[in-house]
Design a protein around this ligand. Structure first.
Ligand code: 5GP
Length: 210
């Protein structure tokens, strides 16, 4: 019989900012039982209505450095001049609860998680077009023109790397359809050989057996 994969489903969602991945992640969290969001640690400042401990664990650079030294991150990276890291505890919780854990992180983070945990599932969300991405970024009104310009440049290379290395690609031109695709990926991955524990089925005695 095939090898069992480790318990839990590590789902990495990446996209250029403005593609709508956070909304997709939040909805998946809402409708899927036993699902957790991996709250990343970051040295950047809170934006808009972001809350400490909910959207991010906002810390200073020394605290971040200390956590790296203590080996508290499954992966960490510098993005747009700030540090971001995914806590090891998010992986541990997925394993312990056998639930779904969503990592809303960038492509280098997703690739690092996949290297350590080959059973992780990487999903890349694409905006319908580059123009639409820029429009959505401007609509948020949280970033300066300079930040938007930098993010648009980063978006192009992020999309190229994501499309080349991720397991699944979703084009977010219609939210409901994109969300349906994301849910289908989760449903299919849960049926993957190695994730379904068949041990009981094959070890239980059949009726009439000795
Ligand atoms: P933002 O500052 O817009 O919230 O995020 C900037 C970028 O950092 C996004 O692409 C986001 O997915 C990524 N990011 C957020 N948390 C993490 C993390 O823990 N690790 C990595 N590698 N990237 C992250």
């Amino acid at each position: 019989m095939s090898e069992l994969l480790p318990p839990g489903l590590l789902l990495v969602l990446s996209a250029p900012s403005g593609a709508g991945k956070t909304t997709l992640a939040r909805k998946l969290l809402e409708v899927t039982p036993n699902t957790h969001f991996s709250v990343s640690v970051t040295t950047r400042r809170p934006r808009g209505r972001e809350q400490q401990g909910l959207d991010y664990d906002f810390v200073d650079t020394e605290t971040f450095q200390r956590r790296i030294e203590r080996g508290e991150f499954v992966e960490w990276a510098e993005v747009h001049g700030h540090f971001y890291g995914s806590p090891e505890s998010s992986v541990a919780r997925a394993r312990a609860t056998q639930g779904l854990t969503i990592f809303d992180i960038d492509v280098q983070g997703g690739q690092a998680i996949k290297r350590k945990h080959p059973d992780a599932v990487l999903v890349f969300v694409l905006p319908p077009s580059i123009e639409e991405l820029e429009r959505r970024l401007r609509e948020r009104r949280t970033d300066s023109d300079e930040t938007i310009r930098r993010r648009m440049l980063a978006a192009r290379s992020e999309m190229e790397r994501g499309v080349a290395s991720y397991d699944y690609i979703i084009v977010n031109d219609d939210f409901e359809r994109a969300f349906g695709e994301l849910r289908s990926i989760v449903v299919a991955e849960r049926c993957r050989r190695g994730r379904v524990n068949l041990e009981r089925l094959f070890t239980e005695r059949l009726p009439g057996q000795g």
